[in-house]
Ligand binder design. Structure first.
Ligand SMILES: *Cc1c(COP(=O)(O)O)cnc(C)c1O
Length: 368
């Protein structure tokens, strides 16, 4: 007798997802490895964050505060916000997922841009909705193209500003123009994971737009400039009605005790942030100039990373460069999944790492 074997079937959308592949961390056979693949800070976290973390270790038996009051209060204090409008998450990745679960029903559409952060498409698809990718212009989000892609099924739009992996940004006027073209039932999510690094007069992270509207959300992370990627801390700033909805579906203790304590200490250490910005300012410029001097094209970045394009004519590809660099301990990020088959993304690292990559790529481009 043959009977068809019945197995559990994931709901629609799940098996359409290509699982996220994190940046490499190892270089086999190499002693000293410089991980420049996930936009982590070379400065590490604030010493005060490390101290706060170690204090938590003595009472791990208690549940964390399910509302992350200490962390929300610290964020509110530093940014001049009402803590009621802040929601914390297990990394901003969790918050991006919660937004999709809350606002997308099957058949709805979620928009992101051509070279946008991969998590948007994953979370839209996982919510059973239709992912809509919109072309960019010169590696930058194109407001007219986004508005042209909006339909009456559109419920959410993700814009990383600045974007990863391109490093490009939209000036505040362009973001306002995008928002002005949307119906009130479309949530505009401004992912400001790299906003602390941006030094441009025409940039605004999203705080103003959230404060003035009912349908804008800004997300931030402690994984980048604060150097706490390992603890998984993100937060969002949103209208009360959105925070209320998200609070109903999140896990009751979605942010752990170590994250709450270390995050609150980290965000209050403004000197540490200033040091990170100053380091980045210097090396973003030097790396960009250095790569261009080697004949490589660099997308102008305002973040803590650069997208370096390899020359299609020379036959020396990004894959070759990746192998060459990895063999010397410099681990960068392949970005094929982001639509760049012949580019690498490099995180701004320590002086030693940056100089090492520049020297290695000089050798790579000059070798026969
Ligand atoms: C790194 C990054 C994040 C941060 O994710 P976490 O889950 O907070 O670590 C969010 N958005 C973009 C565009 C990023 O590059």
């Amino acid at each position: 007798m043959t009977s068809a074997r019945v197995i559990p079937t994931p709901k629609n959308g799940v098996m359409d997802i290509a699982a996220y592949v994190p940046g490499k961390e190892t270089a086999p056979g190499v002693e000293r490895v410089y991980k420049l693949s996930s936009n982590e800070t070379p400065l590490g976290p604030s010493a005060q964050a490390i101290k706060a973390l170690s204090d938590v270790a003595t009472h791990l038996e208690t549940y964390p505060d399910g509302s992350s009051h200490a962390l929300r209060n610290a964020i509110a204090e530093v940014h001049g916000l009402n803590p009621a409008n802040i929601l914390c998450g297990n990394g901003s990745d969790e918050l991006l997922g919660l937004l999709c679960q809350t606002y997308l029903s099957p058949g709805d559409e979620g928009i992101f841009t051509e070279h946008g952060f991969l998590v948007y498409k994953i979370q839209i698809t996982g919510a059973g909705a239709v992912p809509v990718s919109v072309p960019e212009t010169d590696c930058r989000a194109d407001v007219d193209a986004i508005l042209a892609a909006v339909t009456d099924r559109t419920r959410i739009i993700f814009l990383a500003n600045p974007n990863n992996p391109t490093g490009t940004y939209l000036p505040v006027e362009e973001v306002r123009r995008l928002h002005a073209g949307l119906a009130g039932n479309v949530v505009l999510v401004l992912d400001a994971a790299y906003s602390e690094y941006v030094r441009r007069n025409d940039y605004e992270s999203g705080l103003e737009l959230v404060s003035a509207n009912d349908n804008v959300v800004m997300t931030r992370t402690f994984s980048k400039i604060y150097g706490l990627a390992g603890l998984r801390i993100g937060w969002l700033y949103a209208p009360l009605a959105i925070v209320d909805a998200l609070n109903r579906i999140r896990g009751p203790f979605n942010v752990n005790a170590a994250a709450i304590a270390a995050g609150a200490a980290a965000i209050r250490d403004r000197e540490h942030v200033e040091r990170a910005v100053a380091h980045n300012q210097v090396w973003l410029a030097r790396l960009t100039e250095g790569f261009e001097a080697l004949g490589l094209k660099v997308t102008p970045s305002v973040g803590n990373f650069v997208l370096v394009h390899f020359n299609d004519e020379t036959g020396k590809t990004a894959a070759d460069a990746d192998d060459f660099l990895t063999a010397r301990g410099f681990v960068l990020r392949r970005v094929t999944a982001y639509g760049f088959a012949n580019a690498l993304r490099m995180t701004v690292g320590s002086k030693e790492a940056n100089e090492g990559v520049l020297a290695a790529l000089k050798e790579f481009t000059e070798k026969a």
